[in-house]
Design a protein around this ligand. Structure first.
Ligand code: KG4
Ligand code: ZN
Length: 354
């Protein structure tokens, strides 16, 4: 096989470094980054809309699209300025084209197409989850496929075998709510507000995780699949029970007990897969991967099995464009380019070739 220098990060054919401008707008973060050779983040600008959506208790799609439109040019300009580079210095423009909110995705896709077309640069559409997984490459310079990855975000819960760069096998997925979605719904139910994940984590630190036993659902047909609607309903029933009996709701204990139930089931499934597939590397990704109880639990479980554990820093766990630039680099090296007909695909499947 011809050596094109993928592992060294340098395209030896031209002996040139590869710099990619990446754009992410799939949900409520307007983000742009400049990434060199896939693993060196030269800039990573994130404009979060969390404050706006907090007013409504969750992401309002139309507001998200409108805010992306307002902010995207400035965010891109800041990313280039911070990297000390101009558009002409870029080798490609990358953008998340799915999955996500269609109106939000369209802003990033239209912007990336306009920029790439105007500057005469190649365009690379990136899968959002591939981005989350690739976030692990940024700070773990020695991480290379194959490895297993638990992707836990607000919209997705996937147990994935990363066979090679850009090659994924989904071992398990959620049958209902995503893990982050369950955190958000439970946080709302116990009055903590949006976004739920960080608020549950904070409350849980002061609570007793043994206070309430919430169910850990197993899916009969596939041991790697998840289901979080049961634990969410159990929390709601518990709260209703307290209200009916006039017992004060101990939000911190509920948060700690719920977090324990969710993280334990995630870790159990992850370790089952690691043992079955004899994998000695395990990574986590997505917004929920910034949860310290999940990180600590995974770290311990991996150490017990001699598995090397990888995780991104919190800023690379939640939505950002650096992870899109990293994923795009490996797509670029593999020769993948998109046409000017690239469109937003809200329900894009991981590993689905364009
Ligand atoms: O990856 P992400 O930023 O967006 C999606 O692609 O969905 O993930 C956002 C999700 C939200 O549901 C949020 O509540 C959750 O990640 N999250 C957390 C934590 N930080 C964010 N969940 C648990 N613990 C956290 N510390
Ligand atoms: Zn995400």
């Amino acid at each position: 096989m011809e050596d094109i220098g993928i592992l060294s990060g340098i395209n030896k054919e031209t002996d040139k470094e590869t710099v990619i401008l990446a754009i992410e707008s799939s949900c409520d973060e307007t983000a742009a980054a400049v990434v060199k050779n896939g693993r060196e983040v030269l800039s990573n600008i994130i404009s979060s809309q969390i404050d706006l959506h907090t007013l409504y208790g969750g992401v309002v799609p139309e507001i998200a699209s409108r805010k992306h439109i307002e902010r995207i040019n400035q965010v891109i300009e800041e990313a280039l300025t911070e990297a000390g580079m101009a558009l002409e210095d870029m080798d490609a423009v990358a953008v998340t084209y799915g999955p996500g909110l269609v109106g939000a995705l369209l802003v990033g896709v239209a912007e990336a197409k306009a920029i790439a077309y105007g500057a005469g640069k190649p365009l690379i559409g990136v899968h959002h989850i591939e981005g989350h997984i690739s976030a692990n490459y940024i700070e773990n310079k020695d991480l290379e496929p194959p490895f297993l990855c638990l992707v836990v975000s607000g919209g997705h819960t996937h147990l994935v075998k990363v066979t090679d760069y850009g090659v994924y096998e989904i071992l398990g997925r959620t049958r209902d709510d995503a893990a982050g979605e369950a955190f958000d719904k439970v946080a709302r139910a116990i009055g903590l507000g949006y976004p739920g994940g960080p608020k549950i984590e904070k409350a849980a630190q002061k609570g007793n995780s043994e206070a309430v036993t919430f169910p850990k659902a197993k899916v009969a047909e596939n041991p790697y699949d998840f289901s979080f609607s049961g634990v969410k309903s159990a929390v709601l029933n518990y709260i209703n029970g307290c209200r009916m009996k006039n017992i004060p709701i101990a939000a911190e204990d509920i948060a700690a007990s719920f977090q324990k139930a969710v993280t334990e089931v995630l870790i159990e499934h992850a370790m089952l897969a690691a043992e079955e597939f004899q994998m000695d590397k395990f990574a986590i990704a997505g917004g929920v991967a910034s949860n310290s109880a999940l990180r600590t639990g995974m770290e311990k479980a991996c150490a017990e099995r001699n598995i090397k554990f990888f995780h991104p820093s919190p800023v690379f766990c939640t939505d950002n464009a650096a992870m899109i630039g990293t994923a795009a680099y490996y797509e670029y090296q593999a020769g993948r380019r998109d046409g000017w007909d690239l469109n937003a695909v809200p329900n894009l499947k991981l590993g689905e070739r364009r």
